[in-house]
Design a protein around this ligand. Structure first.
Ligand SMILES: Cc1ncc(C[n+]2csc(CCOP(=O)(O)OP(=O)(O)O)c2C)c(N)n1
Ligand SMILES: [Mg+2]
Length: 749
């Protein structure tokens, strides 16, 4: 490969020197000789980094060999942008990275060391600190992406949304956006990725938004090498597919010709910047040296095809351009090539011995920092503001009927009031999702919020959960505090990677340099009266409990719900925490607890002065004692709490002392509270409304075992099945009878 470049340069004839570095390298191009030389350096650097990564791998010092060879035309995309335009890059955008680093003041960022440190997983890596090989750097405004192809596109849409929103709100100082007023977002990916559901979601969403008049300054860049590992993109498909997208302006460039990429990218960038509308730059490239180091592409590509691509090597293209313009002789370019190669080799030798992450504690340090003291002071300050400077506005918003004066409220009414207070006290917060605005939510939980705060703060989105979460990901990154809603728990699953792979991993893979604070409200769990079937009663939280760093809140009582929501919002603001706030639908409008008309499931809303004092920290349970509380501990949450309290009351009538523990937080589990309350009685019944397999009880029992608990334990959980429609659901869900039976069995054991 390298030899081929050397040979080609060796036989070329030098052109008349000297060419004018300030003149275009080609008639009709805006690319000057000086800039072409700079970009050639970026392209050479990227190529040498690919080669060095393979050598490091061979020497067992490197862990990543997917390269950018053949894609180096993307250096000119960087040149057409500004270094302050936030970028989410494809894993073959190495020359983009090098070119952007070159746009910064001398020696501020060293792309050679940056990339090599990523390859050897050194803690000196500028973005992930040894956690992931990815292009990213806060000074370059390059936000790291995951390896899940196309999963960054929905975030890019959200980022463009936040750039445009910030542009119009800048004067209010509400949004702390680090990017200039006219910045645009850029997002690159491969050709096979165009077919991915996350990509099609993003293309559709920008089209939908454009159709409605919403401005999204976003440039997609498709680096089309014609292959997805071994699978060919059908000839012409990518262009046809991209061209057909409504609301997405299409540009095409030849990535093997630097002037083509530069000129087309400049037009595309200028258009996006000026009109604040989305465009796609379809850049034809070649893929040289296989998919990755270990890929034997001869198994699926003909030798002539590989040969054909080698002849199109973009480095040769740029070299030819420079020689023809008289800016360098072939020999001078060769020595440039060798000089950069030497620098890369030397740097590789130096970084390979740099320290690696050395302990579990070091690995997880940036995952999910928690500063509970700051969280509580944020809540207290919000309360002070709502009771002080914002009091008149708050009064007006509620039409004089403040929630704390409205008497006992249901869970739904309380969440509504708490959301209203969040919107008031956190001007950067946004509520969006399907049906949340005009209708006020399927269950009325967001009713009236749009009227109070306007359509810029509370709005309906299109029906696509991936895009809803993607909007949150980008909005959080852009300084907002997004509170997206997923209408039902069952419908999170088709978009789950946006939460798991994207939202929850950003702090980890950027070592805390970037965060996407978010509170995802989800209506879920079973036991709805009269509205049955699996999809509206889904009660599986297994996929949420194992996401590292994610906070999973399940409020059962109205007073807890308001406090826990304020905690999630404050943690998002303080620590960038990503929370899922899972609201038990069946309890939304429940009023009574022990007997009809007792109103014991309602709570009064806490006035702002009391928010700090009544705040609920992440990972703290709530305990309800009955009589002595010394005989039995029932550990539960959600709907299980109400059933367990009723059972505990019946047992109390017979003189049995029970304590009911509402976990409230399913991640992180309140382990300390759990162990203390379990040990107090030595008899534990776990009431878990989720499925037996993979359910919450598994985690509770394991936590008790880990802590050395030696008493007895039983659990009741739902049957491992999807839920049927109608009354048949009672056969598979946990019932009060199940709880009572197991409680009695424990008491008599
Ligand atoms: C969602 C997902 N599925 C599968 C993979 C495994 N994978 C990694 S790269 C790749 C091909 C991507 O092709 P393309 O988008 O054309 O990018 P290229 O590598 O050709 O630049 C695949 C299937 C992945 N990373 N993510
Ligand atoms: Mg490809």
């Amino acid at each position: 490969m390298e030899e081929r470049l050397r040979q080609a340069l060796g036989i070329w004839r030098a052109h008349d020197l000297p060419g004018d570095p300030q003149a275009p390298v080609k008639p009709d191009s805006a690319l000057t000789g000086a800039r072409a030389l700079e970009l050639f350096d970026a392209q050479l650097t990227s190529r040498h980094l690919d080669l060095a990564a393979r050598r490091l791998r061979k020497n067992e010092a490197g862990y990543y060999t997917i390269g950018s060879a053949g894609h180096e035309g993307n250096a000119a995309v960087a040149a057409a942008l500004r270094p302050t335009d936030p970028a989410l890059l494809h894993y073959r955008s190495g020359a983009f990275y090098c070119a952007r680093a070159g746009q910064l003041a001398e020696s501020k960022v060293d792309p050679i060391r940056d990339v090599l440190r990523g390859v050897v997983a050194a803690v000196t890596d500028p973005i992930s600190r040894g956690r992931h090989k990815v292009f990213g750097h806060p000074d370059l405004h390059i936000i790291p992406t995951t390896s899940t192809i196309a999963s960054h596109l929905p975030r890019a849409v959200g980022l463009a949304f936040s750039l445009e929103r910030a542009r119009h709100n800048r004067t209010t100082q509400v949004l702390r956006v680090e990017w200039p007023r006219d910045a645009i977002a850029v997002c690159s990916f491969g050709d096979a990725s165009v077919n991915h559901a996350s990509a099609t979601a993003a293309f559709n969403t920008v089209g939908w938004a454009d159709f409605t008049g919403l401005r999204l300054p976003l440039l997609f860049v498709c680096e089309d090498n014609g292959l997805g590992i071994s699978v060919r993109s059908p000839a012409g498909w990518v262009g046809t597919a991209l061209r057909a997208r409504p609301g997405l302006r299409y540009y095409y460039a030849d990535g093997c010709d630097l002037t083509s990429v530069y000129d087309v990218a400049r037009s595309a960038v200028a258009w996006v910047r000026r009109h604040r509308r989305p465009a796609v730059l379809h850049m034809r490239t070649v893929r040289l040296m296989g998919h990755a180091g270990a890929d034997a592409e001869m198994a699926y590509r003909a030798a002539e095809e590989v040969e054909h691509d080698l002849a199109l090597d973009p480095l040769l293209g740029t070299a030819k351009l420079l020689v023809n313009a008289g800016l360098a002789t072939p020999m001078e370019l060769l020595s440039r090539h060798d000089e950069i190669g030497w620098r890369v080799t030397q740097a590789a030798e130096q970084v390979r011995h740099e320290p690696k992450l050395s302990s579990a504690a070091e690995v997880i340090a940036p995952l999910a920092p928690r500063r509970p003291v700051r969280v509580v002071s944020t809540i207290t300050n919000a309360g002070d503001a709502a009771a002080g400077a914002l009091a008149a506005q708050r009064d007006r918003l509620h039409g004089g009927k403040l929630p704390e004066k409205a008497g006992p409220l249901t869970l739904a009414q309380t969440i509504n009031a708490a959301l209203s207070d969040v919107l008031l006290t956190h001007p950067q917060s946004l509520i969006f999702g399907e049906d949340v605005a005009r209708k006020g939510g399927v269950y009325g939980v967001t009713k009236g919020l749009r009227d109070r705060f306007g359509p810029a703060r509370v709005f309906d989105t299109l029906l696509d959960e991936t895009s809803i979460l993607g909007l949150g990901l980008g909005a959080g990154l852009g300084g907002m505090l997004p509170i997206p809603e997923i209408q039902y728990l069952a419908y999170l699953h088709n978009a789950e990677d946006q939460l798991r792979g994207e939202a929850s991993s950003l702090r980890f893979f950027s070592a805390g340099a970037y965060k996407n604070p978010m509170v995802v409200r989800i209506a879920g769990l079973a036991y709805q009266q009269g509205f049955g079937g699996h999809f509206h009663n889904d009660h599986s939280v297994a996929v949420l409990r194992d996401i590292p760093g994610l906070v999973l809140a399940v409020p059962a009582r109205a007073d807890d719900a308001a406090a826990m929501l304020r905690t999630c919002v404050a943690a998002a603001e303080v620590d960038g925490t990503v929370s899922v706030f899972l609201e038990p639908i069946a309890l939304y409008h429940t009023r009574d607890l022990y007997s009809p008309g007792d109103g014991a499931w309602l709570s009064r809303y806490t006035a702002p002065q009391g928010w700090g004092e009544t705040h609920v920290p992440v990972g703290r349970a709530r305990v309800y004692p009955f009589l002595s509380g010394e005989e039995l501990t029932i550990v539960t949450f959600g709907n299980g709490l109400r059933m367990s309290l009723r059972v505990a009351a019946r047992l109390a009538e017979e003189g049995h002392g029970t304590r009911v523990v509402d976990l409230r937080w399913l991640a992180p589990l309140p382990v300390a509270d759990l162990v203390r309350e379990a040990s107090a009685t030595g008899r534990v019944l776990v009431v878990d409304e989720t499925r037996r397999t993979g359910g919450v009880a598994e985690g509770v029992v394991a936590a008790l075992v880990d802590a050395g608990y030696v008493g007895s334990v039983r659990r009741v959980a739902a049957v491992d099945t999807f839920l049927p429609l109608g009354p048949a659901t009672s056969h598979v869900l946990v019932s009060e009878q199940d709880i009572e039976r197991s409680a009695r069995a424990l008491l008599t054991a």
